[in-house]
Design a protein around this ligand. Structure first.
Ligand SMILES: *[C@@H]1O[C@H](CO)[C@@H](O)[C@H](O)[C@H]1NC(C)=O
Ligand SMILES: *[C@@H]1O[C@H](CO)[C@@H](O)[C@H](O)[C@H]1NC(C)=O
Ligand SMILES: *[C@@H]1O[C@H](CO)[C@@H](O)[C@H](O)[C@H]1NC(C)=O
Length: 529
């Protein structure tokens, strides 16, 4: 009898022993290969780095970061059958870990920001990690080294990595490294990304709702097959008109619209608060004269006004069916309606995302010229894009019930003058999620920032709004205190013409000025419907 009990206890003792071992920190250079469902780890290397300096690399790293003490880990993995080699890199603070994990998203055609993107969060005590999704070339502006396989067909496996698979691997690897290195799991896990990184964050909420406690998805590139094609529409409009207005003329038309609609929200600050409500009459600019480079006077033609009208209206079929949103009024038109001089003749210059998307993915034809397509061709590409790629990279599933059930918090903010990914996309997604998921006020909050450009970069001088100061910190507070943010603190960037602070209110509320109070300070506003 006594022996039987002893034998029964043995496995329990073994288990207890294993639990103790799991709580013992493992040195950086000896971390075990993590287990990743659906992938095989090829190698793991870890190295302690002391007093590390990371030099600034704008825009990823705006400042030098000094005196970092970290364990740097590289995990390389492959998905059987995909013939890929994926890098996940993590920086684990050696002596100042704040018990949090943050995974960082990419931009353009990159799945992650590279090592430089880890420096600031690691200096603040976070374990920070990114993945390259196994995409050769490390090129944000072109997928040419990986889009097509040797057979000239789309590399679906790598596109899957870019679209969603690698984001989940990143979460699994990051968490496993933390457990092994510190001997205990992170208290909280977060996602932080803008644009492509915002899209990746939403994919996580949709497909892997338990990976992160909090997700910051800024200006997310969701509805990818549609929105990317819509970025080509301005080129179609100019090509069909056979007319390419200069940047100066386009800027002046946008500025006229801003002036006309600026005061509609009761505050004259050079910003259109509700672009959708701005009913600017474009005929008023026709025949007016604007001053362009070198003091030259240029007259705005009817053709230029008609082109801008179509860019604002967005792509439609010949029978008037709206295919996608138009460019928001107040946003710069510069990037999507760029043109160039080719041997004395004006020609279109498509933005790199739709250009490479059409050439490599939709048509599998690297020589295709996306600058010269008419409406008919555009519609056929638009439909192909959606039909073939929506299930892979649409990233806009509105069912967030899993994320809601897991208690996750999703913070999306989007500039209302985003010329690349239109804010109407985020608004549409929010409404769809609300429709499908039900009550989401404690799960998903959307913040629309008037007059702010893509990711708050502000590279267009005519987007002078207040940029959210620290939406990631707002997310962390929400997750850890349970108190949801009703407004984000925001301020204009130093190069903005007029300086002010402002509240960015949770959608659909807006910042409303208290009568008679100072319009340049956030405290004078309240959030109201
Ligand atoms: C991780 O990989 C990068 C890029 O190949 C390399 O520079 C770095 O030294 C590696 N770090 C470790 C710890 O292996
Ligand atoms: C850390 O690095 C900085 C700059 O590289 C150097 O000035 C400093 O002496 C180093 N500190 C230690 C403790 O090694
Ligand atoms: C522009 O002109 C040069 C010289 O005549 C010629 O070599 C080139 O092919 C032309 N480029 C285009 C795009 O037509």
């Amino acid at each position: 009898m006594g022996l039987k009990i002893l034998l029964h206890l043995f496995p329990l003792l073994g288990l207890a022993h294993a639990l103790v071992l799991a709580r013992t920190p493992t040195p950086c250079a000896k971390l075990p290969k993590p287990h990743i469902p659906g992938a095989k780890v090829i190698s793991i290397t870890g190295e302690e780095k002391h007093n590390l300096t990371v030099l600034q690399q704008p825009p990823t790293l705006p400042i030098d970061v000094e005196a970092l003490n970290i364990c740097e880990v590289n995990v390389t993995l492959t998905h059987p059958g995909a013939f890929d080699t994926v890098l996940v890199q993590a920086w684990l603070p050696l002596d100042t870990w704040n018990e949090r994990f943050v995974a960082l998203g990419g931009s353009g055609w990159l799945a992650g920001p590279g090592s430089a993107g880890l420096a600031i969060p690691a200096s603040e005590g976070y374990v920070a990690a990114f993945t390259d999704a196994g995409l050769p070339g490390g090129n944000a502006v072109s997928p040419e080294l990986w889009a097509l396989g040797p057979d000239g067909k789309v590399s679906t496996e790598l596109l899957e990595n870019f679209a969603s698979r690698s984001v989940h691997d990143l979460a699994v690897v990051g968490k496993a490294l933390i457990k092994a290195f510190y001997g205990c799991p992170a208290k909280y896990s977060f996602w932080d990304g803008c644009s492509t990184g915002g899209r990746q964050g939403l994919v996580e909420a949709q497909k892997y709702p338990r990976d992160f406690d909090g997700i910051l998805a800024s200006a997310p590139a969701i509805y990818w097959p549609e929105y990317v094609m819509a970025e080509l529409w301005p080129q179609v409009v100019m090509y069909e008109a056979g007319y390419y207005p200069s940047r100066c003329v386009l800027d002046n038309i946008v500025n006229a619209a801003i002036s006309a609609c600026d005061a509609e929200d009761g505050v004259e600050d050079g910003v259109v608060a509700e672009p959708a409500k701005c009913k600017f009459d474009l005929s008023t600019v026709i025949g007016t004269s604007v001053i362009c480079d070198g003091g030259e006077h240029v007259e705005i033609t009817e053709q230029a006004a008609s082109i801008v009208r179509k860019m604002w209206e967005g792509p439609t079929t010949s029978d008037g069916k709206q295919l996608w949103h138009g460019m928001p009024i107040g946003a710069s038109l510069a990037d999507l309606s760029a043109s160039q001089d080719v041997n004395g003749t004006a020609a279109g210059s498509p933005f790199f995302v739709p250009d490479t998307w059409a050439r490599y993915f939709i048509l599998e034809d690297p020589d295709f010229n996306a600058a010269n397509i008419n409406t008919e061709k555009f519609i056929s590409l638009f439909r192909k894009s959606k039909k073939r790629f929506d299930s892979i990279i649409g990233s806009a599933n509105p069912d967030l019930s899993g994320f809601k059930k897991a208690g996750g918090k999703l913070l999306v903010w989007h500039g209302l003058s985003d010329q690349l990914i239109y804010p109407q996309d985020s608004e549409q997604y929010y409404r769809e999620v609300q429709h499908v998921t039900g009550y989401i006020e404690d799960t998903f909050r959307l913040f629309l920032a008037p007059g702010v450009d893509h990711c708050g970069a502000g590279f267009a001088s005519i987007a002078p709004g207040a940029v959210p100061k620290n939406p990631f910190r707002d997310l962390v507070t929400w997750v850890e205190s349970g108190k949801r943010p009703d407004a984000l603190e925001a301020a204009t960037t130093p190069n903005a013409k007029t300086q002010f602070t402002r509240k960015i209110c949770a959608y659909p509320r807006m910042a409303v000025l208290h009568e008679g109070e100072d319009p340049t300070v956030a405290e004078s506003y309240e959030c109201a419907l």
